[in-house]
Design a protein around this ligand. Structure first.
Ligand SMILES: Cc1ncc(COP(=O)(O)O)c(C=O)c1O
Length: 270
């Protein structure tokens, strides 16, 4: 959907789904469910235009398809609301949770209506399901998120992080876009801001120089050219300032050619 403005791309994608994919690749009556992230994380931290998720839900309802929200990465407050889908007025049929849920212990969950989850006998029986220690950790995690006001905190500190990273865009030509919602932020690196040609090797070099400077950053995106920031929701303003300063210096080194191809020799990405 290159070349479309951000207000055009949402409706165009919805039309592609209903007007093209359903008519050519897969008829809607063969589709049991559509799985979607409210912010597409690993594909490049893409925040869809407002109305997109509600549009997906409307398509699901029109065709009797279930709407499944993957909240594994962005759920539990990260986006500044408890759930990523809460930024729009949608009601998913099933929600997948993981990562932060166990507060460090391994735990994932699927939450949904009983008639969906109980549809098949013994459908949800796994050896390690319902592990009491992990479940206790999850309940404690939910308490901490609530008691420490971490959802509101994610919106606040995430907004500050986004603003600080946008300020870097003014001084670093490599930065093509900075986007995010609460505490998930992506910085897209490009070789040319007009054509938006991805800059994957520059991204790898930036990640590596950040690591040398004491800042751990991943990259994401279909073209491996998006620096991803998914910090703890307890991040302080001072930590944002320190991290952004390290990124600033790392980008300057990459732009000035001070990080060589050879220095990446042992680095295999994430
Ligand atoms: C959005 C999203 N969904 C699902 C998963 C998979 O979760 P798990 O590693 O618990 O299987 C990941 C993992 O990284 C993820 O980012």
């Amino acid at each position: 959907m290159f070349g479309l403005s951000s207000s055009e791309v949402g409706p165009a994608l919805l039309e592609h789904l209903e007007g093209y994919l359903f008519k050519t690749i897969v008829p809607p009556d063969l589709v049991g469910g559509i799985i979607v992230e409210a912010v597409q994380a690993d594909s490049g931290d893409i925040v869809p235009p407002r109305g997109f998720l509600a549009g997906v839900e409307a398509i699901c309802r029109r065709h009797g398809i279930m709407l499944l929200l993957d909240e594994v990465k962005i759920g539990l407050g990260r986006t500044g609301k408890w759930w990523g889908f809460s930024h729009e007025d949608v009601a998913p049929d099933l929600v997948a949770l993981g990562k932060a849920l166990g507060g460090g212990l391994p735990l994932s969950a699927v939450v949904g209506r009983a008639e969906v989850l109980d549809a098949a006998t013994a459908n949800n029986m796994y050896t390690t399901a319902g592990n009491p220690v992990a479940c206790a950790a999850a309940l404690a995690t939910l308490d901490v998120i609530e008691e420490e006001g971490l959802v509101a905190r994610a919106a606040e500190i995430g907004g500050y992080l986004l603003k600080s990273l946008r300020q870097l865009q003014a001084v670093h030509p490599l930065i093509g876009d900075v986007r995010g919602l609460g505490c998930i932020v992506g910085v897209e690196l490009v070789r040319d801001r007009t054509t938006r040609v991805p800059a994957p090797s520059e991204t790898a070099k930036t990640v590596y120089r950040c690591y040398e400077n004491g800042l751990l950053v991943f990259y994401s995106g279909l073209y491996s050219n998006v620096l991803e920031f998914t910090p703890p929701l307890t991040l302080s303003v001072a930590e944002v300032d320190e991290g952004v300063d390290k990124l600033d210096r790392s980008l300057a080194d990459v732009e000035a050619g001070r990080v060589t191809d050879e220095s990446l020799g042992k680095y295999q990405g994430w």
